[in-house]
Design a protein around this ligand. Structure first.
Ligand code: NAD
Ligand code: TYD
Length: 339
C-alpha cells in the first residue's frame, strides 16, 4: 500500500511508519510541520529506505497536502497538538490543526476517493469513574485538546455520512514507549529520575490512565486501516490501567532513583480523573494488545537510558524554557546518575 502519513515525525506516527515499512512493505510519504514535537530524528532509521518520502508542511496547507498526497492509496492522520497542559496555556494551534487541518485533509481525500483514518483519543469521551467507554458513549471532552479532537472526529463522521468518504476513526488510550516527547508523564518522569531532578506529580497522583504500548497502538491503527468498516470508530485501549503515583513509583524502582524525588505539585485545571476504553469492537476484527504494562515500562525505561543521543538535544534546547514555565523551576540536568 502507498500511504500518506500526516504527523509521521511525532511519537506514534514514527512508530507506525517504522512498523508499516518493515512488516508490511508499504511505501510512505510523511507530511509533517515539524513543530517542537515533530523531529526528523524519529525517522532516521527509515529515511534511507526505498519508498520513503518526507514533505515538510502543515495539514492545514492545501498546497503542501496536494504535493504530499501524490500517488497515495490512503491517508492516516496523526498530525495534532497533543499536550493537554499546552492546550490550557495556548489553545490556538490546537484549534487550527484539529479543525482546519482535518478539514483540508478530508477535502483532499474526497476529491481523490481515498480511504482515510483519523487517529483520535479516549479523551474525547471525558472522564469515567467506573466501567469503560464504548464507541457509542457520548462525547464529553474536558480540555481544549480533547474538545478540538472531538470536533475533528465529528467532521470525519460527517464526510462519511454526507459524501460517502471511506473514513474511519481509531481512538487510542494513553500511549507510552520509545520516541515520546518528554513533556508527557512517562518520559518526563524517566528522564527526571535518571538526572536526579524532582518528579512533579499533579495533585494526589490517583488519576488513572489506561496504558497502551505504542507498537500495539500502531498495529491497531494498521488493522483498522486494512479491516475496519467505513464510517465506524474503533476504540484501541491498552491491557492495563494504573494510577499515576504507582507508575511514578515503578519508574523510581526501575531507575534506582530516590523516593524523595517525588513532589506533589498544583493539580492541572479540569484534570480528568480516569480514562478507560472498552476495545471489544477492534478485538472482533482480530487485533489484540501484546505488551503488558510491566514489560512495556521496563522496555521504555531501557530505551531512554540507552538512547541519550535522542533526548540530549531536547533537554538542552527550547524545552528548558517550557519546563521552567510549566513547573516554575529550572531543570537540574545533573548527569551523574546515568553512570
Ligand atoms: P506528537 O505530539 O508526538 O506528534 C504530533 C506530530 O504532528 C508531530 O510530528 C508534529 O510536528 C505534527 N504536527 C502538529 N501539527 C501539525 C500540522 N498542523 N500539520 C502537520 N503536522 C503537524 O503526538 P503523538 O503522541 O504521536 O500523537 C499522535 C496522534 O495520536 C494525535 O492525533 C493524538 O491526538 C493521538 N493520540 C495520542 C495519544 C498519546 O498518548 N500520545 C493517545 C491517543 C491518541
Ligand atoms: P499526560 O502524559 O500529559 O497525558 P494525558 O493528560 O493526555 O492523560 O499525563 C498523564 C497523567 O499524568 C495525567 O493524569 C496528568 C499526569 N501528569 C503529572 O502528574 N505530572 C506531569 O508532570 C505530567 C506531564 C502529567
Amino acid at each position: 500500500m502507498k500511504l500518506l502519513v500526516c504527523g509521521g515525525a511525532g511519537f506514534i506516527g514514527s512508530n507506525f511508519v517504522r512498523l508499516r515499512m518493515r512488516d508490511h512493505g508499504d511505501a510512505v510519504t510523511v507530511l509533517d510541520k515539524l513543530t517542537y514535537a515533530g523531529r526528523e530524528e524519529n525517522l532516521a532509521d527509515v529515511a534511507e529506505h526505498d519508498g520513503f518520502r518526507f514533505v515538510r508542511g502543515g495539514i492545514e496547507d492545501a498546497e503542501a497536502v496536494a504535493d504530499a498526497i501524490e500517488g497515495a492509496d490512503a491517508i492516516v492522520n496523526f498530525a495534532a497538538e497533543t499536550h493537554v497542559d499546552r492546550s490550557i496555556a495556548e489553545p490556538d494551534a490546537f484549534i487550527r490543526t484539529h479543525a482546519m487541518g482535518t478539514f483540508v485533509l478530508l477535502e483532499a481525500a474526497r476529491e481523490r476517493g481515498l480511504r482515510y483514518v483519523q487517529v483520535s483519543t479516549d479523551e474525547v469521551y471525558g472522564s469515567i469513574e467506573e466501567g469503560s467507554f464504548s464507541e457509542g458513549s457520548p462525547l464529553a471532552p474536558s480540555s481544549p485538546y480533547s474538545a478540538s479532537k472531538a470536533g475533528a472526529d465529528l467532521l470525519v463522521g460527517s464526510y462519511h455520512h454526507t459524501f460517502g468518504l471511506e473514513a474511519l476513526i481509531c481512538r487510542g488510550s494513553n500511549n507510552y514507549g520509545p520516541y515520546q516527547y518528554p513533556e508527557k508523564l512517562i518520559p518526563l518522569m524517566v528522564l527526571n529520575a535518571l538526572h536526579g531532578d524532582p518528579l512533579p506529580v499533579y495533585g494526589d497522583g490517583m488519576q488513572v490512565r489506561n496504558w497502551i504500548f505504542v507498537e500495539d497502538f500502531a498495529r491497531g491503527i494498521g488493522h483498522v486501516l486494512e479491516h475496519g468498516a467505513p464510517g465506524e470508530a474503533y476504540n484501541v485501549g491498552g491491557p492495563d490501567e494504573a494510577a499515576n503515583i504507582h507508575v511514578v513509583r515503578r519508574i523510581l524502582e526501575l531507575t534506582g532513583a530516590a523516593e524523595s524525588l517525588i513532589e506533589h505539585v498544583t493539580d492541572r485545571p479540569g484534570h480528568d480523573r480516569r480514562y478507560s476504553l472498552g476495545s471489544e469492537k477492534v478485538r472482533a476484527l482480530g487485533w489484540e494488545p501484546q505488551v503488558r504494562f510491566g514489560d512495556g515500562l521496563e522496555r521504555t525505561v531501557a530505551w531512554y537510558r540507552d538512547t541519550a543521543w535522542w533526548w540530549e538535544p531536547i533537554r538542552s534546547g527550547d524545552y528548558r524554557a517550557y519546563y521552567e514555565r510549566q513547573y516554575g523551576r529550572a531543570l537540574g540536568g545533573r548527569l551523574e546518575t546515568l553512570d
